[in-house]
Design a protein around this ligand. Structure first.
Ligand SMILES: NC(=O)c1ccc[n+]([C@@H]2O[C@H](COP(=O)([O-])OP(=O)(O)OC[C@H]3O[C@@H](n4cnc5c(N)ncnc54)[C@H](OP(=O)(O)O)[C@@H]3O)[C@@H](O)[C@H]2O)c1
Length: 180
């Protein structure tokens, strides 16, 4: 299975920090030419997909697309909508050899997560996250690895898919534990 991305050009949006930055690092390590796109970048570059050679479009969705956690209607709706867009794009762009997929992270160790919890909660999420079967936060590099896989030829037949990277959170209904 080859995850070599040599000769590929990849645009990463939101690349200044967090998951986007980790994705850019991992793609570069896999040999891709990475174009960083962010509002704090001093220069904005353009890259065009070679229509003849196909391409890959990957979207960063969220487990929030499939469930509710707090008063974030706008966030859940936008992520669910993003998955619908992803599936439509996958179907419409398939004739051009372009694959379209999404990655849905669970709770990941970035500023977005840490700025919304207390220090105690942050420690708990890192060490004993009861709600998550793997009992910890997801690392940005682990989300990035899913992007590298989907961008590579190892995923050449995969399009229209949402790859969940959540430490098992959404597989766990967490009902029995709450009865104790
Ligand atoms: N962290 C999680 O637990 C988690 C879970 C599921 C999904 N996600 C998704 O993963 C993606 C990245 O999240 P993250 O955790 O890496 O967040 P983060 O650490 O807060 O980084 C967010 C990135 O997005 C950029 N950004 C924010 N608002 C923007 C805007 N209006 N226009 C352009 N760029 C903007 C930021 O740019 P600046 O540096 O310029 O501010 C930054 O580079 C998001 O789509 C999020 O919904 C995250």
């Amino acid at each position: 299975m080859s995850l070599d991305l040599s000769g590929r050009t990849v645009v990463v949006t939101g690349a200044a920090r967090g998951i986007g930055r980790s994705i850019a690092d991992r793609l570069a390590a896999a040999g891709a030419k990475v174009v960083l796109w962010g509002r704090r970048q001093s220069a904005v570059a353009e890259a065009a997909l070679d229509r003849g050679g196909g391409g890959v479009i990957l979207q960063n969705a969220s487990i929030a697309a499939g469930g509710v956690d707090g008063p974030y209607t706008h966030y859940s709706a936008s992520k669910a909508g993003l998955l619908a867009v992803m599936r439509s794009m996958a179907v419409e762009l398939a004739p051009f050899g372009i694959r379209v997929n999404a990655v849905s992270p669970g709770y990941t160790r970035t500023q977005m997560t840490t700025q919304n919890v207390t220090t105690e909660q942050a420690v708990s999420m890192s060490t004993s996250f009861a709600r998550v079967p793997l009992r910890r936060l997801v690392e940005p590099s682990e989300v990035a690895d899913a992007f590298v896989f989907l961008a590579s030829d190892a995923a050449s037949a995969i399009t229209g898919t949402n790859l969940v990277v959540d430490g098992g959170l959404t597989a766990n209904l967490y009902i029995m534990e709450t009865l104790a």
